[in-house]
Design a protein around this ligand. Structure first.
Ligand code: DCP
Ligand code: CA
Length: 406
């Protein structure tokens, strides 16, 4: 339907990046480290707290040099899985605003175009989200808003750490004008070096050149670069993930079927919750196993019905697992949900007479409780024995390997 006179809402992308990611998590877990110089890494610094940065310590600094620069620096080895579960909690908050997100390690792009959030004053929205994350899980983040991904990220970069920034519609070109050419997405170190040799350092300098010249340097990316120099970014990748997976290794390789099933159920719950938050329904369930001898296998099953419910997905995962399991010591198990369709396009026909709707409401409520209080705030009967077997903290069971949304 074309609505005459209806004004198209401008695109709104939010970018969020966790400040000093690894050390910030350590400072939440060990409050006595708050305000202290902390680095995480072995050999070299992977991530440095802002307190340590004041001594000139940054990512890539050898630990030995960091200790010389600041003898009282606290050096930690790091816990990948703990960091991943913190990031997941922060990203879950973002996913309440939109299902269209793309996350990497400690940063997330959220497409808010057309959502209720986009109707709110942008800065207010950013500060509110930041405040919520500062309270729980207690970490500083920086947020940028703009009409495209490149600008949202650059806006955040300018106000790091602990900032919120907006590039308003119409201000895009001016925002880029004075920036170094290295800020333009797609201009790498090599091209930058070449351009700097001919004294082209700022976006305004490179804008002087015609597209045919840009083609000599950037080949088929020339048009993209031409647009980005003007603050436009025509490249819009799909922000809907292709798959959501959760996997974990066992504390000890196991053949205990009960333990394996409990872990698979738990992983299923985590993956299902994540896809529900995204407003998606999977059409394929893949199970991945790796044995103690390093051999592995994957197999998948199709979801025939609108299986939005954990139990239905688990049934498929369990059957798939049983088909491939070799009855020897299992080292790792994982579940991958894929071939998504939007939840609103499906009818929950699994349970007639309103039963499906009631179950759907129940899962919605569970998801909301868990995104506020951590996954383990509500434990399904099947998962209870897991509490004794897996490492756990108030941030949910900690998966021994990180989870992925791709
Ligand atoms: N990281 C790493 N090795 C690198 C770079 C980064 O292991 N060479 C990890 C550690 C960081 C995380 O990635 O905590 C995120 O990288 P960022 O560049 O976002 O750095 P920080 O989050 O530490 O700091 P900032 O506050 O600048 O975002
Ligand atoms: Ca970061």
């Amino acid at each position: 339907m074309i609505r005459v006179g209806a004004k198209k809402q401008p695109n709104l992308i939010m970018y969020l990046d966790i400040d000093a990611f690894f050390p910030s998590v350590e400072q939440v877990k060990f409050p006595h480290l708050k305000g202290k110089p902390v680095v995480v890494g072995s050999g070299v610094v992977a991530s440095s707290s802002y307190e340590a940065r004041r001594y000139g310590i940054s990512a890539g600094t050898p630990i030995s040099r960091a200790v010389k620069l600041c003898p009282e620096v606290v050096v930690l080895k790091g816990h990948q899985h703990t960091y991943a579960s913190f990031a997941e909690r922060i990203f879950d908050r973002c996913k309440l605003l939109t299902p269209h997100v793309e996350a990497y390690l400690d940063e997330i792009f959220c497409d808010l175009t057309g959502t209720p959030a986009a109707q709110r004053p942008t800065l207010e929205l950013g500060h509110e989200l930041k405040q919520a994350i500062a309270e729980d899980p207690g970490i500083g983040v920086t947020i940028g808003f703009a009409s495209n991904r490149m600008l949202a990220k650059l806006a955040a970069k300018d106000v790091k750490p602990d900032g919120v920034a907006v590039v308003r519609p119409g201000e895009e070109e001016a925002f880029m004008e004075d920036r170094p050419i290295g800020d333009v997405l797609g201009i790498g170190r090599k091209a930058r070096g070449r351009l700097e040799q001919i004294n082209v350092r700022r976006v305004r300098d490179l804008k002087e050149f015609p597209l045919t010249y840009l083609e000599k340097i950037f080949g088929r990316n020339a048009f993209l670069i031409h647009e980005r120099l003007r603050g436009r970014d025509p490249y819009v990748p799909s922000l809907t993930p292709k798959s959501v997976s959760r996997e974990t290794s066992f504390p000890r390789d196991t053949i205990d079927m009960e333990e394996i099933m409990v872990v698979l159920y738990y992983l299923t719950e985590r993956a299902c919750r994540s896809t529900r938050t995204l407003g998606l329904v999977p059409r394929r369930v893949t199970v991945k196993v790796r044995y103690g001898d390093g051999e592995g296998e994957t197999a998948s099953g199709r979801v025939l019905d609108a299986a939005v419910l954990d139990a239905a997905i688990f049934g498929i995962a369990r059957d798939t697992f049983k088909r491939i399991y070799r009855r020897c010591r299992l080292h790792l198990i994982g579940i991958v949900l894929s071939e998504f369709v939007p939840a609103r396009d499906t009818q929950p026909s699994l349970y007639p007479d309103g039963h499906g709707k009631r179950l759907g409401d129940l899962y919605g409520t569970l998801d909301r409780i868990r995104s506020r209080f951590g996954h383990s705030s509500v434990i399904a009967g099947k998962s209870i024995s897991l509490m004794r077997k897996l490492e756990r903290d108030s941030y949910g069971y900690i998966l021994r390997t990180p989870s992925l949304t791709k």
